[in-house]
Design a protein around this ligand. Structure first.
Ligand code: ZN
Length: 325
């Protein structure tokens, strides 16, 4: 799709990457016509923290789709083997055919549940700065929560599990950047590396925003064109946008939620250059802020298991559409 090449910063311009966001206005779902509009956003701290919270975690936990990677060849029945001898051998192999099947067979998807519920107990660790190519930034953040105390980090893990199961059913090999298997983090740079190392076909970092009440809806965050230090998103800007656009369309359809009314000019898309999880990615990757936890109406959705399943379906649909194209 049309890719904007606004070279916001030719070189590692450190100071520029603070809080500014690049909001690109796009004709809704029309991948072309990108009128780049720079919008300065002085968003509230809570919501922000999570913007970058998005990135990955440490240990790649292989999803239940383990079956997907099960050795199919292992099932080679004796009687299929040329000259394979023993006539008394059972004719039908009992080994199930576990070769990946389904439309996403052979595809690798990494899901990054934003934050970690236990980050709050490890502030020293998560406040350590890591290199995100263009600048240095906190390892991770605690994320936000609803006013009633439902943590974003629990939301993101729940949606990640639902999404993993949906994608695995379609045959994808799914990895989570972390799965409640570590006391904090992973740091945002590590979250990015997990997707890179897996050579993922698509990575989605799941979040919910912490913006002002009245701000509602979801938005997908796309990587800006960033070059500097260890960051170079030039190869992923285009495919990530396509992934993001497909998610927007599917998310609307499955959840009935509208694109955010406070960012993205109604497109459901935002472009940012300050997120380590995107800057350091070498594979197509987007973040999604599924809604605003600080808005009571959005919070009612985000705290509903039924709605979270719809959200997962929206994400799965977008990812599938992107991978099957
Ligand atoms: Zn977040």
């Amino acid at each position: 799709m049309a890719t904007v090449s606004y070279d916001e910063s030719p070189q590692p311009v450190r100071s520029r990457f603070g809080r500014n966001r690049l909001t690109v206005t796009v004709a809704a779902l029309v991948p072309t016509a990108l009128a780049g509009v720079l919008v300065w956003q002085g968003v509230s701290g809570a919501g922000e923290s999570d913007g970058d919270g998005g990135p990955p975690a440490a240990k790649a936990a292989v999803s239940p789709s383990a079956s997907a990677s099960a050795p199919a060849s292992a099932s080679a029945p004796a009687d299929d083997v040329p000259g394979g001898g023993d006539p008394t051998a059972p004719t039908a192999p009992t080994a199930p055919t576990t070769a990946p099947s389904g439309p996403l067979a052979g595809k690798v998807v990494v899901i990054d549940p934003g934050h970690n519920p236990r980050n709050r107990d490890h502030t020293a660790e998560i406040n350590k700065k890591v290199d995100i190519g263009t600048t240095r930034k906190e390892c991770d953040t605690t994320g936000t929560s609803t006013n009633a105390g439902y943590p974003e980090a629990e939301f993101t893990l729940d949606v990640a599990h639902r999404l993993r199961d949906l994608l695995a059913k379609e045959g994808a090999t799914v990895t989570l950047t972390y799965d409640n298997d570590r006391p904090f983090g992973p740091c945002i740079d590590e979250r990015a590396r997990i997707g890179n190392t897996a050579e993922a076909d698509a990575v989605v970092s799941v979040h919910a925003d912490g913006s002002a009440a009245g701000n509602r809806g979801f938005h997908v965050i796309l990587p800006a064109l960033v070059k500097g230090g260890g960051a170079d998103t030039s190869a992923i800007v285009g495919p990530s946008r396509e992934l993001g656009e497909r998610i927007v369309g599917n998310f609307v359809r499955e959840t009935g939620s509208a694109p955010a009314n406070y960012i993205g000019s109604g497109t459901g898309l935002d472009v940012r250059s300050d997120l380590g999880g995107l800057n350091l990615s070498t594979v197509p990757k987007v973040f999604i802020e599924c809604g605003n936890m600080r808005d009571s109406k959005d919070a009612a959705l985000l705290t509903s298991a039924e709605w979270r399943q719809k959200a997962a379906r929206g994400l799965a649909g977008g990812i599938s559409g992107f991978l099957e194209k």
